[in-house]
Design a protein around this ligand. Structure first.
Ligand SMILES: Cc1ncc(COP(=O)(O)O)c(C=O)c1O
Length: 369
């Protein structure tokens, strides 16, 4: 039978956890407490502890986590927020929804925002920096924090792809003022529907975000500020409470597979996402870079190997962006990488032999050129 290697396998994940998670879902259904229940607070406490933060607020998506986070930082119309264009559209969308302007900085070879190019783009309107810890690697938060301090800017970290990642031993989402995460089904800590959360240490901002998720209500009848409906529902929280226990082993497995890729893809004409000593990457994605991408995708596909591109069109080249900001931007690395990045399969259900097979197939491809 022909080999078939999937980039991820949610059905396998569910089957392996059904016995453990299903009773929790049934308990929620029997309780009648579907929103605003204690179970969400239990999850918030667990996440706060896991991430060494004082507070956590669950939301109903990673996008909402970013939007509410920006609200809490006081970002408003005409403010500028520095970020990157090689992300998923949601990071920029959250800025645009507040009437603020995304200011894109080019990225380095490792796909992270180029911290050395940030200062040049700071103006009187700049209020915050939003680095995106894309693929599960973290931006240079030491330098970004120094810049933010110097110019009195806020930092909101887009950690949607980086739960459990560390930089110099410090967890993603804890370098800045607010860390924003997604629990979308494709993420390393995933719900069975949309979900997300913010982590932070500031009590006032915590209370403000909590209120915003629930119409701005302080109790059933009193509305202090107009908010949103962005509560995580009890079923998702119940699933995440169970799944959070697996997170450590999920990351361990992904890191093990990444190491196998590094060992077996040496000396090929591709850029590997190598890890520095001070990094602890969670490998939400394993992204290589090659100028033979399109041919390689076809070759891998014909050998039963599924791949992806995250993301083929940078945000500044999307119609949605161009409709608002007419100007063409020059983001050389971002644009070059969008044509060369390729996400190889990585998930906790893959085995050593799968990675060896993928690497051998890639070697065969380059040998055949
Ligand atoms: C980098 C990045 N930012 C933001 C988001 C938005 O998260 P969500 O889909 O949960 O709204 C995602 C994931 O989809 C993402 O990958």
């Amino acid at each position: 039978m022909k080999k078939k290697i999937k980039r991820l396998d949610l059905i396998k994940q569910w089957k392996s956890q059904e016995k453990i998670i299903l009773p929790s879902i049934i308990n929620v259904l029997r309780s009648g407490q579907y929103v605003n229940s204690d179970i969400v607070e239990r999850l918030e406490n667990k996440i706060a502890r896991l991430t060494n933060s004082k507070y956590c607020v669950c939301t109903n998506s990673g996008t909402d986590a970013l939007t509410l986070g920006l609200h809490a930082l006081g970002i408003k119309k005409n403010d500028e927020v520095i970020t990157q264009s090689n992300s998923f559209v949601a990071s920029t969308a959250s800025i645009v929804h507040l009437g603020a302007k995304p200011v894109f900085i080019d990225v380095k070879n490792n796909q992270m925002i180029d911290e050395n190019k940030i200062q040049k783009k700071i103006t009187k309107k700049t209020k915050a920096i939003m680095p995106v810890h894309l693929t599960g690697r973290m931006a240079n938060m030491i330098t970004i924090r120094k810049i933010a301090k110097k110019y009195n800017l806020k930092i909101i970290e887009d950690c949607a792809q980086a739960i459990g990642s560390k930089y110099f031993g410090k967890t993603s989402g804890t370098y800045g003022d607010i860390g924003c995460f997604s629990t979308h089904p494709l993420k390393n800590l995933n719900s069975c529907g949309d979900g997300g959360f913010v982590i932070l240490n500031n009590k006032n901002k915590y209370e403000y975000i909590k209120k915003l998720t629930n119409h701005g209500l302080i109790d059933r009848n009193f509305c202090e500020t107009f908010g949103y409906v962005s509560r995580m529902d009890s079923i998702q929280a119940a699933i995440l409470i169970k799944r959070i226990k697996y997170l450590k082993s999920v990351l361990q497995k992904r890191r093990f597979l990444a190491k196998l890729y590094f060992e077996n893809l040496k000396n090929l004409p591709i850029v590997l996402p190598l890890e520095k000593k001070f990094e602890f990457n969670s490998y939400h994605l394993f992204v290589i870079q090659t100028n033979k991408r399109e041919k390689l995708i076809k070759y891998l596909k014909s050998n039963g190997i599924d791949t992806g591109i995250h993301y083929p069109i940078p945000i500044h080249m999307q119609k949605a962006y161009k409709r608002i900001y007419k100007k063409n931007l020059d983001l050389k690395n971002t644009e070059k990488q969008s044509k060369e990045i390729l996400s190889l399969p990585i998930n906790e259900f893959l085995q050593k032999k799968d990675i060896i097979y993928i690497c051998q197939t890639i070697k065969n491809f380059f040998n055949s050129l």
